[in-house]
Ligand binder design. Structure first.
Ligand code: ADP
Ligand code: MG
Length: 352
């Protein structure tokens, strides 16, 4: 090859190199631009991603908030439900209690009506006894007169005299019983008179003397020697005594001792009074029953035996006499009923 050829080739090569260089530079620029574009895209995506992440975080915290609120609401509803349930339970219990009370009242009513019937029956029997006693009065008077005239006809040492005297005594006792019975059944206005409680106690004891003896009950009297007279309704006081004596006797089915006491005491400070005590050695009263024994119709006795009216009547009569009645008792040992009546003249009689 010649020099011309060579130089031309050189020029061409130089051109090629230049062209190549240019191309390279362009490619380089293109690459840089591409790199820059890529970088900016990556930045963009990063921002996008961060936003998305932030959004996600927000959403998740909102969700958490909502969950918390929901939980709160659920808790609240649960509490409300529980409260409603408790209220319902309470109402149910109250209703049950009311039903129970109603049932008890119903039962009480049934017993009371039964006892009322019993009391009415007893009252009728009392009237019947009174009318029989009344009817007995005349024949007794006749027998008494006949015996008296027979006794007057026979001699002092006639062997029949003893039998006739016994008949006379027994007829007299029958007469006393009848008149006592009549006194008890007579009702009406209170009649206040001056009475000696010891005497009235004796009279009432005489009424149930045989009954006490048959039940092997020993009566012990502890009477003060100097007891003032009281103003009281004799019949009513005897009724109190009789009720207390029969209660004491009922309390000693196997027999025992009944101690009657009459002492001087005080009703209130500076109010002189007479106390009458009935102490038995009977079964006693359970402590929980003591506050109830004077309630009308309270009885622990079997049906047909007790009316539950005895002590209620005693309390009413004592109140009418401005006196008091107290019960003390020990189960298995016995009971003491203490009556206290004012002895200030006239103040213990309602009707004076
Ligand atoms: N002396 C007593 N000893 C034991 N219990 C008594 C005595 N007196 C009364 N009670 C009790 O008091 C109740 C009421 O007495 P009361 O009113 O007289 O009625 P009742 O004799 O008809 O039962 C009796 O059922 C009995 O339980
Ligand atoms: Mg009684």
């Amino acid at each position: 090859m010649n020099a011309n050829g060579l130089s031309r080739q050189l020029v061409e090569a130089e051109d090629t190199v230049r062209a190549l260089q240019q191309e390279l530079a362009e490619t380089n620029r293109g690459l840089i631009a591409l790199a820059m574009e890529l970088e900016s895209r990556v930045d963009e995506r990063t921002v996008d991603l961060r936003t998305t992440q932030e959004e996600l975080q927000r959403t998740s915290s909102e969700l958490l908030q909502m969950t918390l609120e929901l939980e709160d609401r659920v808790d609240q509803r649960m509490a409300e439900l529980r409260e409603a349930n408790e209220r319902l339970q309470h109402e149910l219990e109250e209703r049950q209690r009311a039903e129970e009370a109603l049932r008890r009242k119903d039962e009480e009513l049934r017993t009371i009506s039964q006892q009322l019937w019993q009391a009415a029956k007893l009252a009728t029997m009392g009237e019947l006894a009174a009318s029989i006693a009344h009817e007995l009065n005349n024949p007794l008077a006749t027998v008494s007169l006949r015996v008296e005239s027979l006794l007057a006809q026979i001699g002092e040492d006639d062997p029949k005299r003893r039998a006739l005297t016994v008949i006379e005594q027994e007829v007299e006792r029958m007469g006393n019983l009848v008149s006592n019975l009549l006194q008890f059944s007579r009702r009406g206005q209170a009649q206040i008179s001056s009475i000696d409680v010891r005497e009235e106690l004796e009279n009432t004891l005489a009424l149930i003397y045989y009954h006490l003896r048959n039940h092997r009950i020993t009566v012990v009297r502890q009477f003060a020697s100097d007891v003032p007279m009281l103003h009281a309704d004799r019949q009513q006081l005897r009724q109190v005594f009789l009720n207390l004596l029969t209660n004491a006797s009922d309390a000693m089915p196997q027999g025992g001792t009944l101690t009657l006491g009459v002492t001087l005491g005080q009703l209130e400070p500076s109010m002189p009074a007479v106390s009458i005590t009935f102490t038995d050695t009977g079964i006693g009263i359970a402590p929980e029953d003591i506050p109830r024994v004077m309630d009308p119709f309270f009885t622990t006795k079997e049906e047909g035996k007790g009316t539950g009216l005895g002590l209620a009547i005693c309390r009413r009569i004592m109140q009418e006499h401005h006196g008091t009645i107290e019960v003390s008792s020990t189960v298995g040992q016995g009971t003491t009923i203490r009556l206290t009546l004012s002895r200030t003249n006239g103040s213990n009689g309602l009707y004076l």
